[in-house]
Ligand binder design. Sequence first.
Ligand code: 5MM
Length: 338
Amino acid sequence: MSLEEIAKKMCAKGRGILAADESTGTMEKRLKSVGIESTEKTRLNFRETLFQSKAMKEFIGGVILFDETLRQKSSNGISIPDLISKNNSIPGIKVDKGAKLLAGSNEEKITEGLDGLRERLMEYNKLGAKFTKWRAVYSIGKNHPSTQCIKSNAHALARYAALVQEADMVPIVEPEVLMDGDHDINTCYKVTTNVLNECYNELELHKVDLKGTVLKPNMILPGSECKKKSNKEEIAKMTLECLKKNVPSMVPGIAFLSGGQTEIEASRNLNQINLINDTNFLITFSYGRALQQSALKTWSKDTKNVSKVQEVFNHRAKMNGLSSKGAWSENLEKEIAA
Ligand code: 5MM
């Protein structure tokens, strides 16, 4: 398959991406929050429960893994990337080494991981990864994001994407403008515009073939502490407008992060965006928390009750699959209770 075909398959209508690439520290936090000890075995156990579910075949076009998981074997002996492929989904890998303090700025972050990346990519490819992910984060505050932060992260994202295509994999480019803060929706729109613009300037400069990439952006939302809430219509309109103005039309797929929205908010907003989508972009989800939260809670109550956990995950994946086609409704959420 060409890179463009892989990108289109990951984001095909009715499907989206499961972001299961929490690093060990983040996974520890997530497991601790539901009272489970984080060990190599518990991390695998929860993730495998999701990867074995029925939802994979129908609603999950790709799974982003963490280094540890890409190297693990499922309980029936096959490797995790093979298990994902067998379930008609595509395995991918997070290749950044995390966001670290940006020198010269007290509060901002730069994502690291370029040193030795070419060699790591060759290994990941051999282990079965067909796509990769790199996440840059930008916080909104009085004096930031600074030009320094926007430019340095865009440069790193572009160098990453060029190396990934050289290794014959699809790069997911994830510039995440964080929801934390009391800024309004217009500020999020302006900041995301600047961030996306700089990213595409750099991607072009580094000769990245945009047809073989996927963008993983934030939706345009008011900050989590903002007093003025926005409805789904406003969110969808501003998000789509921002993408239309700042993302080149060659990009085949756009898969949103959930960024702290609840599961229902993430489905509702994605659905609304697709209802008014008049572009050729395949617009879908690449959710971590908004796909896994309920399943994780259910699992923590009885880790042996695999079918119950899978039922909860299947439902969430199905709801988001419907949202990727603009076919979700509040009523369908009741299905699980029934
Ligand atoms: C799944 O979480 C990923 C982050 O892991 P680390 O912070 O441990 O590196 C993250 O990149 C994720 O893929 C995106 O933020 C989307 O996740 P949400 O939960 O925002 O949908």
